[in-house]
Design a protein around this ligand. Structure first.
Ligand code: SF4
Length: 490
């Protein structure tokens, strides 16, 4: 059994999957080391910033329509409440869901609580959450402070659950537990699979779970054409909907970095088959993804028709885009599997990938199936990437690489990273809608976006002309991996 849903805490990615945050070399070298079991994390001897698992857990749980999330933490750990409330209100409109605030509370742990314990504060916050919001479930996300003082959050949650007769769920996502902040996704899903999902009553042969963020709804149309219905999880779902995800015919995910744990858990615990292919980006990935979904759901014929008609539709414009983009060089920074997916798209558009800074690397996924390994698919299908950096959002490494490789365009998946391209005068765009590049249409979307950005170089040049970089010439002339320690065991 790979996923242990009996344990109150999820096992962190470093231990479960052997994930790392420090590597510099080629993509093929990283694939080979991952396969041979010789992959060691190169520690950063200097670190500028890090993400926190708590934010990744919150980004899934905060958007459940009828739940409350309590962050059992000092108030500073809840700084991201405003981000997720903003996403919640804006993206609800995009999905035609009535606009409402996210239901988020903090226990506001202070110095005194770190001495005497925060248990009573948590109990009264649960009570406040229950009476104020009348939710169908309460999730309690933890923090470094609550972890260090050792509050027994699981027991408090269980007692509250008995008292209020709704699921009250402990989500273990203390920032210090894992260097891989995507462990926070796993913590949220562990909580859902452990305490929310119920055994299936009736299998829904046309319903497909889609593990995603909050991107555009493209699956209602795509799946509708092959006789399937998407069940978007977890953002914007309800507790009732989550209780029934065990009844789906299959689970797909827009990105295995996000959904690996939930998809594997649903298959292991309830027999919901996971589509185990590379993500549905670029032509080959999309072909494989849809064909596997068709095989699992008995929709092979419909899928072949969809693939044929989509390809016929996009190819003339794809050829036009390839012609215009010939010779262009791009650098990418993004989370792991989604970063690989963006590279599939750009390679299919005929663009050269000069390098990438990818936030972490999972040498395998929870399903332990090799077919779906996203980096392997990249190297096998599109060739090697010479300058491949696994870099947990260290801006100093990114800016060094960008300056050396001087791409024509820089694509970033996270806001804080995009600004460095602009400061160096490199046409840059930020793409936070992961559905934008998905499927066959995604190739056209990206191709046109790249062309648009390349057509307005003056804007970026002006930004660069008025920017004084925070980095000295000394750093710019070092190698990008100067602060990555060398592993003697590899
Ligand atoms: S949980 Fe820890 S790492 Fe995360 S925001 Fe709070 S103090 Fe920072």
């Amino acid at each position: 059994m790979r996923v242990n849903i009996k344990s109150p805490e999820v096992e962190i990615r470093e231990r479960r999957l052997g994930s790392i945050t420090g590597f510099y070399g080629s993509a093929s070298e990283l694939c080979n080391k991952s396969k041979s079991g010789k992959l060691c994390d190169r520690m950063h001897s200097f670190s500028q910033c890090l993400g926190c698992s708590s934010g990744n857990a919150l980004c899934q749980l905060a958007l459940i329509q009828d739940a409350v999330v309590i962050n059992h933490a000092p108030l500073g750990c809840s700084a991201d409440f405003s981000d997720f409330n903003f996403i919640n209100t804006v993206e609800r409109q995009a999905r035609n869901i009535p606009v409402a605030n996210a239901n988020l509370l903090s226990t506001n742990l202070n110095e005194e609580d770190t001495i005497y314990g925060g248990g009573q504060k948590l109990e009264s916050t649960i009570e406040e959450a229950y009476y104020r919001f009348k939710p169908n479930a309460i999730f309690i996300t933890t923090s470094c402070a609550s972890g260090i003082i050792g509050d027994d959050v699981d027991t408090i949650a269980q007692e509250a659950e008995n008292k209020f007769n709704i699921p009250v769920v402990y989500v273990s996502c203390e920032g210090f537990r894992s260097k891989i902040w995507t462990t926070g996704f796993d913590a949220a899903y562990h909580a859902i699979i452990r305490k929310i999902v119920k055994p299936p009553i009736k299998k829904m042969k046309d319903m497909v779970n889609v593990i995603n963020f909050w991107g555009t709804d493209i699956f209602t149309d795509l799946f509708g054409r092959i006789g399937l219905t998407p069940n978007y999880i977890v953002p914007f779902s309800t507790i009732d909907q989550l209780q029934k995800i065990s009844e789906a015919a299959a689970t797909v995910q827009i990105c295995p970095t996000l959904g690996t744990y939930l998809a594997a858990s649903l298959e292991q615990e309830y027999g919901v088959p996971e589509v185990k292919t590379p993500p549905a980006y670029g032509i080959e990935g999309t072909d494989a993804w849809f064909r596997e979904l068709g095989r699992i759901t008995g929709k092979e014929k419909e899928v072949e028709e969809l693939i044929k008609s989509e390809k016929e539709r996009i190819y003339p414009e794809l050829e036009r885009l390839r012609e215009k983009l010939k010779g262009k060089r791009v650098y990418i920074t993004a989370g792991a599997a989604h970063g690989h997916s963006i590279m599939y798209i750009l390679r299919d558009l005929g663009v050269e990938i000069v390098g990438a800074s990818i936030f972490h690397h999972d040498p395998c996924y929870d399903n332990r199936d090799d077919k779906g390994k996203s980096l392997d698919h990249l190297v096998k299908t599109y060739g090697d990437i010479k300058h491949f950096n696994v870099c947990n959002k260290q801006s100093y490494e990114l800016i060094n690489s960008l300056n050396r490789l001087k791409p024509d365009i820089f694509v970033a998946r996270h806001g804080g990273m995009a600004i460095w391209g602009a400061k160096l005068g490199i046409p840059t765009f930020l793409m936070d809608n992961e559905q934008f590049g998905l499927g066959y249409q995604g190739l056209l979307n990206y191709g046109n976006k790249v062309l648009d950005v390349l057509e307005t170089p003056e804007f970026i040049k002006n930004i660069a002309a008025h920017t004084k970089l925070a980095y000295t010439d000394w750093w710019i002339n070092q190698k990008p991996d100067t602060f990555l320690e060398v592993n003697k065991h590899e």
